[in-house]
Each structure stands twice: as structure tokens, then as C-alpha cells.
Ligand binder design. Structure first.
Ligand code: NI
Length: 139
């Protein structure tokens, strides 16, 4: 869905605008409009997730596969949620560490619970959670 561009004026404190410009420069945006559009889209995606709609996302995990029982737990939980897991990619980072990317699709509340369960497994070194959208309502 594409729609025509609309211009609108924004009143903002000079200091806040300076901070905004610095931020978008760090993030490599070439202009304020694109930065603002991205930030609005990001907030709308977050809103989709809070409304428990059907969403797509990715969970990442880093763990040491030598840690006792950890791998079994990671697998058990994923099997409990097999209906909302599309794929799992396992990368062996080095002799000890594994990096796992779990691609999910389902109700946002369920995926969030899955993330919390995986993240809270003892000795998981890092967990990340990226939410995405089909963009139907935000483009
Ligand atoms: Ni591995």
C-alpha cells in the first residue's frame, strides 16, 4: 500500500531538535523525514505486538552447548511451541558457543512468552528479540 506524501509542520524545542539531528546522523539517515517515518513505523509495529495480533519475529540465543541440560531445555521449550516456530538456525560460533536464530510467527503474546521462557533458561548468555511486521497497516 502506498499513499501520497503529506507535509506537516512540527514545533519542537531547539535543544530537542539538535539532539534529534545528532541521533539521526549517528544512525546514517540522510534526512529528518525518513528518520521520522522509520520511528513512526517502529512504534506502530510495537503497537501491533501489544494488541496480540498475528506477528512475525525472530528470537536469538547464545549459549554454551557444553552446559549440562541447557540444550535439552532449549529444545524442549521449542517443541512446546512448535506451532509458532517457522525455522531454527543453529550456528556454531566457536568450540563452546552456539548462536541460534528462531524465526517465529503467531500471536504476539505467545511469542513473547516463548522468548521469556528461552531467555530465562539458566546459563543462556544472551537473548535477543526482534519484532517484525507484514507492514499492511504501516506503509
Ligand atoms: Ni553449536
Amino acid at each position: 500500500m502506498s499513499s501520497k506524501l503529506v507535509r506537516f509542520g512540527v514545533s519542537i524545542e531547539q535543544e530537542l531538535l539538535t539532539k534529534f539531528d545528532r541521533l539521526i546522523q549517528q544512525r546514517k539517515y540522510t534526512n529528518r523525514s525518513e528518520a521520522l517515518r522509520d520511528m513512526i513505523r517502529e512504534e506502530l509495529v510495537k503497537e501491533e505486538w501489544t494488541e496480540n495480533r498475528e506477528v512475525t519475529g525472530a528470537i536469538t540465543l547464545v549459549y554454551d552447548h557444553h552446559t549440562r541440560e541447557l540444550v535439552t531445555k532449549v529444545l524442549d521449550i521449542q517443541h512446546d511451541y512448535h506451532t509458532c516456530i517457522l525455522s531454527t538456525q543453529h550456528i556454531h560460533m566457536d568450540h563452546h558457543n552456539c548462536f541460534e536464530i528462531i524465526v517465529t510467527k503467531g500471536k504476539s503474546k505467545e511469542i513473547e512468552t516463548l522468548y521469556q521462557k528461552l531467555k530465562s533458561i539458566k546459563n543462556v548468555k544472551h537473548a535477543g528479540f526482534m519484532m517484525a511486521t507484514k507492514g499492511k497497516d504501516i506503509s
